[in-house]
Design a protein around this ligand. Structure first.
Ligand SMILES: OC[C@H]1NNC[C@@H](O)[C@@H]1O
Ligand SMILES: [Ca+2]
Length: 449
């Protein structure tokens, strides 16, 4: 694959990404079952200002005009997630036709507008009915997930050609079960490894189900935050390896190499079980691509008091940070793409999420002053992808996070990642300068960078 010096290959795919609970609203409409993020956000004290996804961007009802906006941007693809509990209100068994119907309309409208639909089966919104049966702590969830996947493949594999099983399993295990900062809000050293393992078993089961009938591509989306040691001391280097194993290798490694990083026993101690080899073999199903979600890097030092990693980030105070407190570090994206290529056998990669939160207040005049730092973030990070491709990494596409300002989980609506501004009081959409910039990138296939 020869990569031109000043633009991207002709078949490179440019898109935007979102997820169901963050933009749709109407979480219980048309027979949908309750999902764990609905229950979590309606539990006082869990989300900033006790905000929730009851309305969000009202995309469930405004999807046609939103697709119109995607068309105007010139998007070639759109990455969204399917809400499990719209399809199977109890998580298993009865299928809800109206739930399938929403995604049917969405997919057909996207295709009408010449935009490639690409779907993630699970983006954190587990049906409450399954959480009440143990959720990711119950080994049966691998089968429950495969059944859900099959009902969706059967309906949409003729139109959706790029599938992802899970979005960022690390966030579910680490935030949902270890630290309790995300649904279902558990805080347990023993539960997190079990959640990890069942998430990955479910991934494997869904890929196996896809191979039986699917005719296109399926992969796994992971968030990778490259870890750089704060010093060359053996303590800092060891702490960095623990942090890298726990966030960056805990999921991709069983999926691609059929083994868990040995550092995880050092992190979790007696709480890390000896998983049966047969389990890990089942997790290791050949996949067609890795979806990489990249935002920032971490500089890591040894910190004996930091539970359970015994590692802590060192803020790089001299350089730019986003509203999330994340360092702007485009080199980390190039480094991570090369790391995946070298370590996991050069799989095709899509950058399935990349973007930045900056405060974008709508001015009194009603227009939106996009923070110029967001345009710079996209420019430098898209260049970083091109650098990796020039160095031989097989990157197939790039999805900006996010198309719309949306519900940023426990941070509610306080963080704006959209290239399109959303006024939540009126639901008015206003493209930001970054939307105009991204449009130009797509139209010129990266020549404007
Ligand atoms: O924090 C920004 C994004 N990160 N990846 C998962 C998405 O759901 C988040 O909004
Ligand atoms: Ca293209």
């Amino acid at each position: 694959m020869t990569v031109p010096t000043n633009r991207f290959p002709d078949d490179f795919v440019w898109g935007c990404a979102t997820s169901a609970y963050q933009i749709e609203g109407s979480p219980l409409a048309d027979g949908a079952g309750m999902n764990v993020w609905h229950r979590f956000s309606h539990t006082r004290g869990r989300v900033v200002n006790d905000e929730n996804g009851d309305i969000a961007c009202d995309h469930y009802r405004r999807y046609e005009s939103d697709i119109e906006l995607m068309k105007q941007l010139g998007l070639q693809a759109y990455r969204f997630s399917i809400a499990w509990s719209r399809i199977l209100p109890e998580g298993t068994g009865r299928v809800n036709p109206a739930g399938l119907g929403f995604y049917e309309r969405l997919v057909d409208r996207l295709l009408e507008k010449g935009i490639q639909p690409t779907a993630t089966l699970f983006h954190w919104d587990l049906p409450v009915a399954l959480d009440d049966r143990g959720g990711w702590l119950n080994r049966d969830i691998a089968g429950w997930f495969a059944d859900y996947a099959e009902s969706v493949f059967r309906r949409f594999d003729d139109r959706i050609k790029l599938w992802a099983t899970l979005n960022e399993p690390w966030v579910v295990s680490d935030n949902g079960y270890l630290h309790g900062t995300a649904a279902p809000g558990h805080r347990s050293l023993f539960e997190a490894p079990i959640a990890t393992h069942n998430l990955m078993r479910a991934h494997g089961a869904a890929v196996q189900a896809y191979r039986a009938t699917g005719r296109h591509q399926i992969g796994l989306v992971v968030n990778i935050e490259p870890k750089y040691p704060a010093s060359t001391s053996s303590e800092d280097v060891a702490a960095t390896r623990r942090a890298e194993a726990q966030m960056n290798r805990q999921f991709i490694e069983p999926a691609m190499l059929g083994r868990y990083p040995e550092e995880l026993r050092d992190v979790f101690g007696e709480a890390w079980p000896d998983w049966p080899a047969s389990d890990v073999e089942q997790i290791r199903q050949p996949i067609d691509f890795i979806g990489l979600n990249y935002y920032t890097r971490a500089v890591v030092r040894n910190d004996p008091g930091a539970w359970p990693l015994r590692a802590a980030p060192v803020r790089q105070s001299q350089v730019a940070h986003t509203e999330m407190g994340w360092e702007v570090f485009p080199q980390g994206l190039t480094d991570t793409l090369l790391w995946i290529k070298d370590r996991y056998g050069a799989p095709p990669i899509y950058v399935t999420e990349n973007g930045a939160a900056f405060a974008d207040p709508a001015t009194a005049a009603g227009d939106v002053l996009d923070d110029p730092r967001r345009v710079e973030y996209f420019r430098t990070h898209i260049r970083a992808v091109h650098d990796a491709m020039r160095a031989g990494v097989d990157v197939r596409g790039y999805f900006a996070w996010s198309m719309l300002d949306n519900f940023e989980w426990a941070l509610g609506y306080s963080k704006r990642f959209g290239i399109i501004h959303v006024d939540y009081a009126t639901q008015k959409r206003t493209p930001k300068a970054s939307a105009t910039f991204y449009s130009g990138v797509i139209a010129s296939n990266g020549a404007v960078l």
